[in-house]
Design a protein around this ligand. Structure first.
Ligand code: GLP
Length: 258
């Protein structure tokens, strides 16, 4: 695992965008796994800027989003479809037919989940998977006790996640209880994984993911089993890492650090 510590949110976002751009420069038809939440907003903003100012081209890119709330239509302002459209897709040139987001309104979830996994496979697998992290250490919506081999499926959200995400809804009882999410096993098949985290509320989850035991109670800890994972975090989110000095020492010695 590599840990890159940036001074603030802005720098974290710019470093992450550079890595995405590097992937696209090396492989213009890359398959990207995309995440939602407040964390990647700065990254999407920077990618949009690079598209507009520097001609970063997405015309051959395919994307698969991690998750979606069950029961929210695609134009519901809190749906991840809406989030992705507003914050990213409508500003860049990814062909519509190359965009995949789990459906929160299908009438056959089992068939949909199987189809989603199959589409990822048919598109050649995910080259770069972006992730945030929940305060309980979850990735996508793989809540504590999710199988580390899990595939795309429906998950019941933990109370902490419902409370964390209530900030985006008018009332707590408007937050959906179920989500459709890529599994931990699905995520681990990506060729490269980039996890972003910022702010003190994420510090415990980041430390557990990087330095704790591999456990289904912190699904981000499963990333320790992947051979190409980069955490880009701000100082606050790095606050509980015991080996922080060492990670910074490695960073100083890195020739091509973003
Ligand atoms: C949700 C999403 C995750 C995201 C997490 C953290 O649970 N399913 O993909 O990483 O929220 O969100 P935020 O970045 O808003 O803290």
């Amino acid at each position: 695992m590599e840990i890159l510590v940036k001074d603030n949110y802005e720098q974290m976002s710019v470093a992450a965008a550079k890595l995405v751009a590097r992937t696209l420069n090396a492989k213009p038809n890359a398959v990207l796994g995309l995440a939602t939440g407040a964390t990647p907003l700065g990254l999407y903003r920077e990618l949009v800027r690079m598209h507009k100012d520097e001609g970063l081209d997405f015309s051959q890119v395919t994307t698969f989003n991690l998750d979606e709330y069950v029961g929210l239509t695609r134009n519901h302002p809190q749906s991840y479809h809406y989030f992705m459209h507003e914050n990213f897709f409508k500003h860049v040139n990814i062909p519509k037919q190359n965009i995949y987001i789990p459906s929160g309104t299908t009438d056959n979830y089992a068939a949909f989940c199987q189809w989603y996994e199959q589409r990822i496979h048919e598109c050649g697998g995910i080259d770069l998977q972006l992730l945030g992290i929940g305060s309980d250490g979850h990735i996508a919506f793989n809540e504590p006790a999710s199988s580390l081999g899990s595939r795309t499926r429906i998950k019941t959200l933990a109370r902490t996640t419902i409370q964390d995400n209530a900030r985006f809804f008018d009332t707590l009882d408007q937050v959906p209880i179920y989500a459709i999410t890529m599994g931990v096993g699905t995520i681990l098949e990506a060729r490269k994984i980039l996890l972003l985290a910022n702010g003190r509320p994420k510090a415990a989850a980041v430390a557990a993911a990087v330095e704790g035991p591999v456990t289904c109670m912190v699904t981000a800890s499963a990333l320790q089993l992947h051979r190409d994972v980069l955490f880009v975090v701000d100082r606050e989110a790095a606050g509980q890492l015991k080996m922080l000095d060492y990670y910074q020492w490695i960073q100083e010695k890195m020739v091509d650090a973003p």
